[in-house]
Design a protein around this ligand. Structure first.
Ligand code: LLP
Length: 480
């Protein structure tokens, strides 16, 4: 199937297909718009993981999150293998589960040898329930609750300490309650999060002495911080962490970060803290539109490893265990969302709206960040692109627009509209706005689809509601 229609009109589906060729098997998922297993089948339908999307929709309904296991696993392996290849020391890739936290995804990441970065008691509980080994779980957060800290300590995971308040809290918790609760005298395993002063926007970055960020210790307080930590027997500080931003396409910011972090490690050592781990965070971007051109996973990993190795050689330091924690670039491209097309509204000379059966509750990124996505119609992949349509959600909010001015084929009610690259920060940021039940999610592989998140029901929606006795009345037909 060619990418242009005989009449010179573009063909909608194939222009987005992954650029997989027999020569290039090492294709980086984050540089594609659709999952690596995507095909157009003989019915002219979109197929992912060997599953026809229209069949999945018949079976599981819409909206439906669809996750391609092969794409996720490929990204995990590329991170892991790139570190093995370019780094002479030990390394550990962590999946930033804030991108999509559920049992199945944590399990796939863990089976690929990854650890998990969690940012709340809920994400921690999910990772532990999926069977992830506590020594591969790292807890972040700028305001962790006592309950979250206790769960972390009892589980034996590593806590990435964000600020002085948390540091003092941990020291006093250890001496008061924790020892008694766990019966363990082991110090609490921590890392310290520092604010590197490297601020990233998607296509530019700035380096400043003081960064306005709610996260992390001020690097101007390193002397005080490192000498405090070195005196505490309640904690065992194993390393340093920093994260500079998300959806980053440039490579220089992470090079700068890597260098600064090695210098911090060296300073820590000079102040009596022999730390062995260095976590450079996540942030590698993905392709959401044809014009997005992020580096590959390998291109992101390589310079970080090189800078750290060179800096350690110059400073005569042993190589730290190197960690990173990508989210979006592991799972973003693996996910797509299928919707059913419903009503439309033509406003002559202005715009045509086409509405789908989801919207800002299942994908809040367009309304929150003005993020741009691309659609295809899964049941007519080769139809020519002749229309400019605005894809609206079904919420009672004018701003509930999924895609503005999408170039696409003609569509009619009942068509299956697929939005690409929704694997990261869609389900995890979903809400029940307007009391819409959250969609189901399936993982697809080798022609098989398995449910990984059940579709919410109306009963689920009122499950947490409480109707006080005094409001139960026969008048409303509700009795106690
Ligand atoms: N580590 C830390 C400490 C983070 O805060 C984040 C993301 C990551 C790792 C993973 O970053 P990634 O590799 O996914 O870029 N909701 C926003 C993204 C917020 C990212 C927050 N932190 C969005 O939808 O674009």
């Amino acid at each position: 199937m060619g990418s242009t229609h005989p009449a010179g009109v573009q063909n909608s589906g194939s222009k987005y297909l992954p650029q997989v060729s027999s020569k290039n098997t090492n294709i980086s998922p984050n540089q594609q718009l659709l999952p690596l297993t995507t095909k157009i089948n003989s019915h002219d339908h979109l197929e992912v993981g060997g599953c026809d999307i229209t069949t999945l929709v018949q079976q599981f309904g819409t909206p439906l999150y669809i996750l391609d296991e092969e794409t996720l696993r490929t990204a995990c392996r590329q991170y892991r293998d790139s570190f093995k290849h370019y780094y002479q020391g030990e390394s550990q890739v962590l999946y930033a589960s804030k991108a999509l936290s559920c049992l199945a995804v944590c399990a796939i990441a863990a089976l690929e040898g990854l650890g998990i970065d969690v940012v709340s008691g809920g994400e921690l509980y999910t990772a532990l329930s999926a069977g992830v080994s506590p020594d591969k779980i790292y807890l972040h957060g700028n305001n962790k609750s006592h309950e979250e800290l206790i769960l972390a300590i009892q589980s034996g995971i590593t806590i990435v300490v964000d600020n002085w308040y948390e540091l003092h809290t941990l020291v006093s918790m250890k001496s008061s309650v924790i020892g008694n609760m766990t019966g363990s005298n082991d110090p609490i395993r921590i890392m310290l999060r520092l604010t590197p002063g490297i601020e990233c926007h998607t296509h530019e970055y700035i380096r400043t002495g003081h960064l306005d960020s709610k996260f992390g210790f001020d690097p101007n307080q390193l002397d005080e911080l490192f000498s405090f930590v070195s005196k505490q027997s309640a904690i065992n500080c194993v390393g340093l962490h920093a994260h500079i931003g998300s959806q980053i396409f440039e490579r220089q910011p992470h090079r700068d970060l890597a260098l600064v972090m090695v210098q911090w490690l060296s300073k820590a050592a000079s102040l009596g803290n022999a730390m062995t781990e260095l976590n450079v965070g996540g942030g590698l971007g993905i392709k959401y539109t044809e014009s997005d051109d992020p580096p590959s996973i390998e291109e992101w990993v390589k310079p970080i490893c090189e800078v750290i190795q060179e800096a350690c050689a110059v400073l005569n330091m042993p190589l730290p265990k190197l960690l990173c924690e990508p989210g979006r670039s592991l799972i973003g491209t693996a996910g797509i969302t299928a919707y059913t097309v419903g009503s439309s509204k033509v406003i002559p000379d202005i715009r045509t709206y086409v509405a789908v059966d989801g919207g800002m509750s299942d994908n809040p990124r367009p309304i929150t960040y003005q993020s741009v996505y691309r659609p295809v119609i899964a049941n007519q992949m080769s139809a020519p692109i002749t229309e400019t349509l605005t894809i609206a959600g079904k919420h009672c909010e004018s701003g509930d627009i999924l895609i503005k001015n999408a170039q696409m084929s003609k569509t009619k009610p009942g068509d299956i509209l697929v939005v690409m690259a929704t694997g990261a920060y869609n389900y995890s940021m979903a809400s029940n706005y307007n009391r819409l039940p959250r969609p189901a999610a399936v993982v697809v592989a080798n022609g098989e689809a398995n449910l990984i998140l059940r579709r919410e029901t109306y009963q689920d929606l009122i499950k947490q509601d409480c109707l006080p006795e005094r409001l139960k009345s026969k008048e409303l037909g509700v009795s106690s």
